[in-house]
Design a protein around this ligand. Structure first.
Ligand SMILES: *Cc1c(COP(=O)(O)O)cnc(C)c1O
Length: 432
């Protein structure tokens, strides 16, 4: 038999790219084997370099809320490309995208565009420090906020997948300014904020980088109150949850307003866009309105901006997609719960909106200690079993499963049938 193309390509990639990939978790390190090289995608289907088709639950790790190669986004990108791909000067499209974000995300009054979620969080942190005159920052164990130095402390998914929660190359001084609390633990947060030296609390309002962990009732409200009492800036990192769990993100879903919000993923419709925004008085610290330096040669790039306008515009014109996503989610819930009831494996299912996780752990999964104590061997067997069934899940137990507006009830039913079969095999192998 011929060697699969993905094997050949991965070998070649390893000769020119560290580890063969441009973002670590793509390398299948947690689950073993060789990553699929993707040739193309449409709707909910990915085709690998050998032409095998897969039903996709990764969605490029979040951005593809409308499915792959969505016609509106594709048309907008093609039209923009023909007019020149970068000018380094303002364009009217940037205003249009900014107005959409301000319209859709309840707490955002002013917004600055960048090229990734990582840039958004680094920049929001700088604004918070400048506005408060404090150096400290509080994040949560298992919370991922991109690969900026300040955030690479107890950082969940990518870092946890590699087994290096703290990265070499981050200075001791930087790490010292980052404090870490347990997710869903308000007493822990209160203890840290009492010192008065914390500029901001950075939180994923639904944790999505230790699998999917919802905020406990009152957790976000409690953070809001503690921040108000201590003059601390509350930052919701909605790079994953923004436009996914509701049109206005988790802040709309839970009705708790942060001071600043970071966005990414869906906002660019699959092209590189990030953003940070929030209270106008805070955002006016950003240059050239204020003294906090932040810049980008390709920021507001016309191609990426066009994709963002098309994606967000489609969402605004079709708000019923959130009902569709909730309907699919409930169908998944019912199916998974039925499968779990018929299985003697310790399993936990968490879901909010169009993000979810199956943990190989008896649960409840509410924070990093519970999220990280699942059976990773079983997860790896489950992952490969699902892949053999033509279903592409994230190759890490710390990544959520995403579905899109393009998914159908038929896709969900097919997925549940595969899950039941594969979980049965996992049990049989574990017993053997
Ligand atoms: C993906 C993600 C980031 C980083 O965004 P990049 O575009 O990968 O730099 C930051 N925060 C959260 C919550 C994310 O899920």
């Amino acid at each position: 038999m011929d060697t699969p193309r993905s094997h050949e390509l991965f070998e070649a990639a390893n000769r020119s790219i560290p580890g063969g990939v441009n973002s670590p978790v793509r390398a299948f390190g947690r689950v073993g084997g060789v990553p699929l090289f993707i040739a193309r995608a449409a709707g909910t289907t990915l085709w690998d370099a050998d032409g095998n088709a897969y039903l996709d639950y990764v969605g490029s790790w979040g951005p593809m809320l409308l499915g792959h190669a969505h016609h509106a986004v594709e048309a907008a990108v093609v039209a923009a490309a023909s007019k020149g791909t970068s000018f380094g000067a303002p364009t009217s499209g940037e205003i249009e995208l900014a107005e959409k974000v301000i319209d859709m995300v309840p707490s955002v009054e002013l917004v600055r565009f960048v090229n990734s979620g990582t840039e958004a969080t680094m920049s929001a942190l700088r604004v918070a420090r400048a506005a408060t005159g404090r150096d400290g920052m509080l994040k949560f164990r298992g919370g991922y906020h991109g690969h900026g130095d300040a955030f690479l402390v107890e950082a969940g998914s990518g870092a946890a997948t590699l087994g290096v929660p703290d990265s070499p190359g981050v200075t001791a001084g930087t790490a010292r300014d980052t404090r870490v609390a347990e997710y869903n633990d308000l007493d822990d947060v209160a203890g840290h904020l009492r010192g008065g030296d914390i500029a901001c609390v950075f939180v994923e309002p639904i944790a999505g980088n230790m699998g999917c962990v919802p905020p406990a009732p009152g957790f976000l409200e409690g953070l809001r109150a503690l921040c108000d009492e201590t003059g601390t800036i509350l930052i919701f990192d909605e790079v994953m949850t923004g436009f996914r769990v509701a049109m206005g993100g988790a802040q709309e879903r839970y009705g708790v307003m942060p001071d600043l919000t970071t966005l990414g993923k869906i906002i660019g419709g699959g092209l590189p866009v990030g953003a940070f925004g929030g209270r106008a008085d805070l955002m006016r610290h950003v240059a050239p309105a204020g003294p906090v330096y932040q810049a980008g040669t390709l920021s507001g790039n016309p191609l990426a901006t066009a994709a963002g306008i098309a994606a967000l515009g489609w969402i605004q014109d079709h708000p019923q997609i959130y009902d569709h996503l909730e309907m699919l989610g409930q169908r998944l819930d019912r199916g998974v719960e039925r499968i779990m009831a018929g299985s003697d494996q310790p399993l936990t299912w968490n879901r909010v909106g169009a993000m979810a996780s199956l943990y190989f752990h008896p649960g409840p999964v509410t924070d990093w200690p519970s999220a990280s104590s699942g059976d990773n061997e079983r997860f790896a067997r489950f992952f490969h079993g699902m892949l053999d069934e033509g279903i592409y899940l994230a190759p890490s137990p710390y990544e959520a499963l995403f579905f899109s507006a393009a998914h159908t009830e038929h896709d969900i039913d097919r997925t549940l049938e595969s899950m039941e079969r594969v979980l049965g095999q996992v049990v049989a192998e574990a017993g053997a």
